[in-house]
Design a protein around this ligand. Sequence first.
Ligand code: PEP
Length: 248
Amino acid sequence: MLRYVIANWKMHGTLINNETFISAMAAYKPTGVEVGICVPAPYLFQLQQLCEGTECFWGAQDVSEHFEGAYTGEISVDMLQDFNTRYVIIGHSERRQYHAESSGTVARKLDRVMQTPNDRLVPIVCIGEHLSERQDGEVEAVLSEQLDPVISVLKLHPNRLALVAYEPVWAIGTGVVATPAEVVETHTWIAKYLYSSLAREVPLLYGGSVKADNAGILIDLPHVNGFLVGGASLKAETFKPLLDKCAI
Ligand code: PEP
């Protein structure tokens, strides 16, 4: 299966820094890996200009569940498509935590993306538990609550590509990466859970403090089809060595 390594720049970037990053990435294509850079929405046009025709795809970090209308500050699927956006992150834990996004909202956003007539826009649905939930043995209960509405939407669109990113909240931006055993156990559970409802494989990304020095071990684990990367994706000097570790 193709590997996906998706950068999540969060609220970072400037026109100048973005250009430096992309020029350092130019003509760089790790074998067997699709690379996406999810940028703040104001930079989608710039990324389109810099990346179109290269092997590097660009993406957004959120999208509205609505088609259009009086939703100040929101960005629609059609707007993303105006910039040939390839990826869109949905339900990142920072959106669930700071913007009170429920699993229902996440599913409605997913449905909106999946209703686009072509398959150019690929959603990356994030799920993950908090540390206290893991300590209390609630990982599967939390993940199934997050996955169930997503599965209902995916069932309606059997031929559309969608990625799921498992991002334990306690590993995001903390430098504490999940152990290989934790990743295997959780990804295996997620893969089986999805397969039992959808009868198809959904590519699974891991996210949470992935860096060049742990990517090589994690990428070879079962049911790990790539990464969603925050901090280590902000500079080409740290992102390219990580990508090298993912090349087949
Ligand atoms: C993320 O924000 O999705 C993420 C995984 O961040 P980091 O790699 O910095 O932990």
